[in-house]
Design a protein around this ligand. Structure first.
Ligand code: ADP
Ligand code: MG
Length: 699
């Protein structure tokens, strides 16, 4: 055949018009593209079903049996023809709506037929409309395959006559022409080791498998290959990045760190905290720029880790910055660092959108003179006019609130870029992690500080509201504070605000002043009013905080022990988990109450059940990934990994791990792919082009 790059137009049966359609609708331009256009399912005609054991769904099945009677039923528009179809085990109905006369004439009573079609269920009985039918004697002699591929298609293609049959035919032409000419793309040692089938066989059988087993073999070979090259690219990128970018060397630990560590650290670090600090320190001493993601569930103690490594930067004569996504959170970081460093001579300032011009000028000056060691703030810190004398380390909290562009700003400030640590409380599921971490270093704080009691979570429907309020009152009597959170979703913003205000009114009635004091915070308030209300709650002057999800990010009020989430079924899992993380920060038992209506979608139910069942952020993220698919998880939308053709990072996770380990081992032994046996890998890599990945901080 022509090479894989031959334009699809030149395949028998295509031509310019169909070529244009295939290109526009399915992005198929070449022979190669068509060959890698894989079926999304198969019709299995290798098996026969008996009528008493039909699957109780709408699947397509093949059955042997006889037509025993035929009748017509009149209906509003026209007539229906119904046949009784029997095998030894039972009876079902076949139904026709069109071409009745012609079909009736061709049907033979009491003769063996093989029928095929989609099942419908009606009142516990199966029927099949317009089945494909062959007399059994003819069926035996017919040239046929047991599995038919069904390809993804579009309405336009079907309207323009490019049906499944046409695509199947094109594929047959292509495969016949290609013969054994498919190039192998994996080295023989990998094929042997995993007992994979050859590429040529896999490509043929993915389109026309002879048996279920052949199909499975073809799939695993092609899936492995897809994962393998994806992982290889990510790992190679990471190696290159590390080689290329020089970083400051933080060679020593000095008095700033030591004095704090020995005299002011308010608790013992957990093993997980110690481990990640060690990992980070290795980066900082390596002479290469650090680009690390620090994952740790809410409350796992990321702040102290951040502070300790900032102190190391300071000991080495560098300035540092800590950037938070909201003003509230930035202030909170600022205050806790001030408290922790009380008595030291390290200079810290806060810079946010509402910092006064006069103070701003002082900050700018102190930054440029090097007087200021730690700058805490919001994205204001990243602005062009903010210049450091020697910024050595920048820490970004809660990364999913930031765009890549904002992050990139950190880079242009210095010739040698600062080390970067991005902290996130959004756990990235291990399954997804494995496929995207190829080019980013990751540390995980995987345990909570000792003495924490897991938050008790329950689900209550709206009718139980009085009981919930009574419980809240008990908690307030014990001196605790309460969050009551309402959803706020862009599309229904107006209604949501109405819900919030209605909710606030009813809460005010149930919790009357002066016995109870209530704060309210939402996105339409002026920043200063928000801060005022927050402050009253933080200081314990109000017992209840009614809010929209603005408090989702990082507020720390250890005395708050109850989180009531209204219309919880409308929140996503990661949001629910973040919200729940606002309680359970002190030593008291904390509670999360998920309120919902009675009508909830299946997915909504799964989300609430998951929340009730577990406190483990990684487990929750895993369920989230399964429910929504990787495309909807934060930060992954633009990532090339989601454009996989055949492999699925969730369903084929085991294979992904195997592929990743294999790629790793190969690069360990042969980082530049120079060995003879790896030339095939090098060649194949050069023909693949995975889009750049969002996790790639530099591009
Ligand atoms: P997050 O990871 O969500 O940012 P924080 O850094 O805010 O968590 O820590 C949550 C709380 O746990 C804080 O009150 C902090 O002082 C406390 N904490 C952190 N590490 C430890 C530890 N090793 N032992 C006891 N308490 C700790
Ligand atoms: Mg935090």
């Amino acid at each position: 055949m022509g090479g894989g790059q031959t334009a699809i137009e030149f395949l028998k049966g295509v031509g310019p018009e169909r070529a244009r359609l295939l290109n526009e609708e399915l992005n198929i331009k070449t022979f190669q593209d068509l060959l890698h256009f894989f079926p999304n399912r198969y019709i299995d005609r290798s098996q026969f079903h008996s009528i008493n054991k039909l699957p109780q769904n709408n699947s397509e099945v093949q059955i042997k049996g006889k037509i025993t009677s035929i009748e017509y039923v009149s209906q509003k528009r026209g007539k229906r023809m119904i046949a009784k179809f029997e095998d030894e085990t039972g009876v079902m109905e076949l139904v026709w709506f069109r071409g009745l006369k012609w079909i009736r004439d061709s049907l033979k009573l009491n003769q063996d037929y093989v029928i095929f079609g989609r099942l419908n269920w009606f009142g516990g009985r199966a029927n099949m409309a317009h089945p494909e039918m062959d007399l059994e004697i003819n069926f035996q002699n017919k040239l046929r395959a047991d599995f038919y591929p069904i390809y993804p298609s579009t309405e336009k293609l079907i309207n323009k006559g490019i049906s499944q049959r046409v695509i199947q035919k094109l594929m047959t032409h292509l495969i016949e022409k290609a013969g054994e000419a498919f190039k192998e793309t994996l080295p023989i040692y990998i094929i042997d080791h995993y007992k994979f089938i050859a590429k040529s066989k896999a490509l043929k059988e993915i389109h026309y498998p002879n048996s279920h087993k052949d199909l499975v073999n073809a799939e695993s070979r092609l899936k492995f290959e897809e994962f393998f090259y994806m992982q290889l690219q990510l790992l190679l990128k990471n190696l290159q990045r590390k080689k290329k970018i020089r970083g400051f060397v933080f060679s020593k630990v000095g008095s700033a760190f030591n004095i704090f560590f020995k005299e002011h650290l308010p608790f013992n670090l957990t093993d997980a905290q110690k481990r990640v600090i060690k990992e980070i320190r290795n980066d900082l001493g390596s002479g290469r720029q650090m680009n690390r993601l620090l994952q740790g569930d809410v409350g796992s103690g990321k702040t102290i880790v951040a502070l300790l490594i900032m102190l190391i930067a300071i000991d080495n004569g560098f300035q540092t910055s800590l950037v938070a996504p909201t003003e509230i959170l930035a202030k909170q970081h600022y205050q806790s660092i001030i408290e922790l460093l009380d008595g030291s001579h390290i200079k810290i300032k806060l810079l946010t959108g509402s910092t006064k011009l006069k103070d701003r000028k002082i900050i700018h000056h102190e930054l440029e003179s090097g007087e200021l060691s730690i700058l805490v703030g919001t994205h204001a810190v990243l602005e062009e006019k903010v210049k450091f004398k020697n910024l050595g380390l920048s820490i970004i909290d809660e990364q999913h609130r930031f765009g890549v562009a904002q992050r990139a700003k950190l880079w242009v400030k210095n010739k040698i870029p600062p080390h970067i640590l991005v902290m996130t409380a959004t756990p990235i599921p291990r399954t997804l992690a494995m496929s995207i971490y190829g080019d980013l270093d990751v540390s995980v704080i995987d345990s909570l500080p000792p003495g924490r009691r897991p938050v008790k979570t329950s689900h209550r429907n709206d009718k139980k509201r009085l009981g919930v309020f009574a419980f809240v009152k008990e908690q307030i009597k014990l001196g605790r504070q309460i969050y009551m959170v309402y959803p706020l979703i862009k599309e229904s913003e107006k209604l949501d605000y109405k819900d919030l205000m209605d909710g606030y009114d009813s809460i005010s009635r149930s919790f009357p002043q002066p016995e109870y004091q209530i704060s309210i915070v939402h996105g339409q308030m002026k920043p200063e009013n928000k801060s005022f209300e927050m402050k009253r709650f933080v200081e314990g002057k109000t017992q209840i905080m009614v809010a929209t999800t603005v408090i989702e990010v990082g507020v720390n009020v250890p005395n708050a022990s109850v989180m009531v989430i209204e219309s919880a079924e409308r929140f996503g899992l990661s949001q629910l988990h973040q919200l729940r993380g606002r309680v359970g920060r002190g030593s008291d038992q904390s509670y999360c109450i998920l309120m919902s209506g009675t009508k909830i979608s299946q997915e909504g139910k799964t989300r609430l059940e998951t929340m009730v069942k577990t406190n483990d952020g990684f487990e929750i993220a895993e369920v989230d990934l399964r429910l929504r698919g990787p495309g909807n998880l934060m930060g992954t939308q633009q990532s090339g990994i989601l454009k996989l053709k055949i492999a699925d990072i969730i369903k084929d996770n085991k294979l992904l791990k195997v592929a990743r380990d294999t790629a790793n081992q190969i690069l360990k032994k042969d980082p530049n792919l120079e060995k003879a046996e790896n030339q095939i890998i090098k060649r194949t890599l050069s023909t693949i082009n995975i889009e750049s990945n969002i996790w790639n901080f530099i591009s």
